[in-house]
Ligand binder design. Sequence first.
Ligand code: CTP
Length: 394
Amino acid sequence: MSKKAVVLGVTGSIAAFKACDIASGLKKRGVDVFCILTKSGAEFITPLSLEALSNHPVVTDMFNRESPWEIEHIALAKRADVFLVAPASANFLAKAAMGIADDMLTTTILATRAPILIAPAMNTQMYLHEATQANMKTLRERGCRFVEPATGLLACGDVGKGNLASVEDIVEATMALLYPKRDLEGKRILVSAGPTRESLDPVRYLTNRSSGKMGYAIAEAAAERGALVTLVSGPTDLSVPNGAERVDVTSSGDMFSAIDSRFDCCDALVMAAAPADFTPETVSAQKIKKGSRESLDITLKPTRDILAAMGLKKSGQRILGFAAETENLAENARAKLEKKNLDMIAANDVSKENLGFGAEQNAVTLYRRGGEAAESGVMEKRALADWLLDRLFE
Ligand code: CTP
């Protein structure tokens, strides 16, 4: 069997020299590495270093007559089992998001069907710029994975987010994509995600800010690891993760029924949805008219707590709940863990900017019955999904 291959794209960043350690880290793990160095990347390191470490010619120029990949960049795109770009500059992210193919790296990445992993490195302001964030969002939505930059003292003297993630983290993330774990084979996992909508009248409803991203990431991770996944989803605009079966629901009551009827034959329930706690006591059959009203009172009645009900009837299932809090995180989360009879609860502070609802990253504190709390640190939701599944099934 031929070795697994990683195509490593190196762009113009002061962190480009770390690509040498990444290439040799991957080689040590038995992976064949082919490097593509952009023109700006070559201002920071020489093709020769990467050539010596990878034992393959390094491509820097589309039109280099000596390059074996010159006509065959498609072959390189096909040869990749994982396409890694580390460090990835803001310029690379912009070009990749737009599908611009004006050099060897951007051309090859357009032609590849391999999973793409990107480790950005740049100045904090460039990283946080709306354009860079929008480009990363586009790439994520297309299925690209990211290894988050670290926070620290940057080459420009600023302190902030933008340092290339550690070489070990990048090598580990690459290995995880090359050899996906199948440790959940045969497990049946029920995952809930997204908000619910509680109707007031034919045109209005009450909802919340849940985007569904955390639950979808968990469903995707579990399916990739071999589990049989049923995703009970409130309204979101996310697409069904590969390999998962999706059951669409609208209200908190619908979500209750969908989960209740599937719970008995599952091995685990991950309740990442944000079902409404209250629903209008009556739903007006006709549109509620403004008329000459000075105010409008709506009476709400409580919905059923899905987790608490499943916690009550569980017989061997593992249950992971979430706690979205804006204050007293530990106290509130531990109380929910006990009250709802859960095995673990992932608590997050939703008042933090760039984390929680709608964000691409999240950070949770995981509380277990009778166990120590564990901090995940800030992670991509997809990486956090694996982190949570590792602990739910350990
Ligand atoms: N949950 C549920 N059924 C509900 C409401 C919430 O199963 N009707 C689940 C959520 O999916 C989450 C956990 O309960 O996994 C905690 O949700 P959260 O909104 O943080 O807490 P609540 O129990 O609703 O309590 P409060 O709103 O007072 O914080």
